[in-house]
Design a protein around this ligand. Structure first.
Ligand SMILES: Cc1cc2nc3c(=O)[nH]c(=O)nc-3n(C[C@H](O)[C@H](O)[C@H](O)COP(=O)(O)OP(=O)(O)OC[C@H]3O[C@@H](n4cnc5c(N)ncnc54)[C@H](O)[C@@H]3O)c2cc1C
Length: 345
């Protein structure tokens, strides 16, 4: 399998997502198993730094398409380029991101092969990769293999595999490839940041709040807030301030259930679940979240789950490693205080 393990480096403006390095780590493991080399595919504009970094993380050679036409990711030209560059590949590994979900699918169609998305673990069976991925909102795990066609394409769930340490002493070859594409029919006209600071997919710790966070009956809104919805929003703000303090103490990202997002307590980029972000942190703390299947679909693979809920029958407790059945308005501040003491904050 010489030169047959390929990995795609997903990035934004030359900044790789950490998940790309996790993918390089998996490609390295596969290449070592098959006594092969890792070929990274880097596409973009002024991406030489990224190509060199790919070698530090474990690639042996890099196919680099560096062209102003590739400055902005668009599915058609990127799929065309990746398909051209990976026709000889046995295995193509990608991180799972919103871009690579479509990219990997389009490349699989172009190369008439199969793909397994959102892989959380795998085994090697002969020269085939037996990939395990969650289905039905994470209720079932399925094993997928592509025996006949090549390349076998797998996209890896973020944080399901370790990120290798970069080694600035590693050497490898960067090969500039000619960028030949058909007509590119779409143009990116700009970017708008939806909300700064939310990087749930990469977070090692997430503290999430649900509808329960707005339900503190002991809190009386100021007299001037008379509207019922505004009173609810005020309560939610007070409740989320407690959850945020816990998150800050732990150095965690803030997550939320869809009920909290739909009610307007917190913006959509924080939503975890089937129609939000899929996360796999080391620690997930769910405050006032019942544990509906659609929420569990987004955080089921967290390594340690802590649930705080006043209903001891709430489904979240079935999944949680540690559960506290009680009022979050007592428990969350007490938890934060205890952590601050422990951490000397
Ligand atoms: C197609 C589809 C897609 C969906 N996608 C998603 C998704 O991506 N993410 C998602 O989260 N949901 C999603 N949902 C919605 C999902 O079904 C649930 O409605 C939602 O997850 C419920 O959010 P919640 O747990 O915050 O609210 P609830 O189910 O209302 O639970 C609130 C919890 O807070 C507890 N509580 C209340 N007060 C306190 C207190 N003082 N102290 C401690 N606990 C308290 C209650 O006991 C309760 O368990 C989807 C639904 C559909 C149909």
């Amino acid at each position: 399998m010489a030169n047959k393990i390929f990995v795609y480096i997903d990035h934004f403006n030359g900044q790789a997502l950490p998940a790309s390095w996790e993918a390089v780590g998996v490609a390295r493991t596969l290449a070592d198993h098959f006594s092969s080399v890792v070929t990274a595919v880097v596409l973009g504009y002024e991406v030489e730094g990224l190509a060199n970094l790919s070698i530090e993380y474990g690639a042996d050679r890099v196919l680099m398409g560096d062209d102003p036409e590739l400055k902005d990711y668009r599915p058609e030209p990127f799929a065309e380029m990746v398909s051209q560059l990976t026709t000889e590949a046995e295995i193509l590994v990608l991180p799972t991101t919103s871009r690579t979900r479509e990219l990997a699918g389009m490349v699989a169609v172009d190369l008439e092969t199969g793909m397994a998305p959102d892989v959380i673990t795998f085994e090697i069976d002969g020269d085939a990769v037996l990939a395990t991925r969650p289905i039905y909102a994470g209720k079932l795990l399925t094993k997928v293999v592509c025996r006949e066609k090549r390349p076998q394409i797998i996209t890896l769930r973020t944080r399901a595999f370790p990120k290798p340490e970069p080694d600035s002493g590693r050497s490898g070859e960067v090969i500039r490839v000619e960028v030949v594409m058909g007509e590119v029919v779409t143009e990116v006209t700009g970017y708008t940041e939806s909300e700064a600071g939310v990087s749930l997919a990469d977070a090692a710790i997430i503290v999430s709040g649900g509808r329960g966070v707005s339900s503190n009956p002991k809190l009386t809104p100021p007299d001037e807030i008379t509207d019922e919805k505004e009173q609810e929003m005020w309560r939610a703000q007070q409740g989320f301030a407690l959850v945020r303090q816990l998150a800050e103490t732990l150095g965690a990202a803030m997550g939320a259930s869809r009920a909290a997002v739909d009610a307007g307590y917190i913006p959509y980029p924080h939503q975890v679940g089937q129609t939000g972000k899929v996360v796999s942190p080391d620690l997930y703390v769910a405050c006032g979240i019942s544990g509906a299947i659609q929420h569990l679909a987004g955080m089921r693979t967290s390594k340690v789950i802590v649930a705080i809920n006043k209903d001891s029958e709430a489904p979240i407790f079935k999944l949680a490693r540690f559960g506290v059945a009680g009022d979050l308005f007592d428990i969350v501040p007490a938890f934060t205080r205890a952590l601050k003491e422990r951490l000397g904050k």
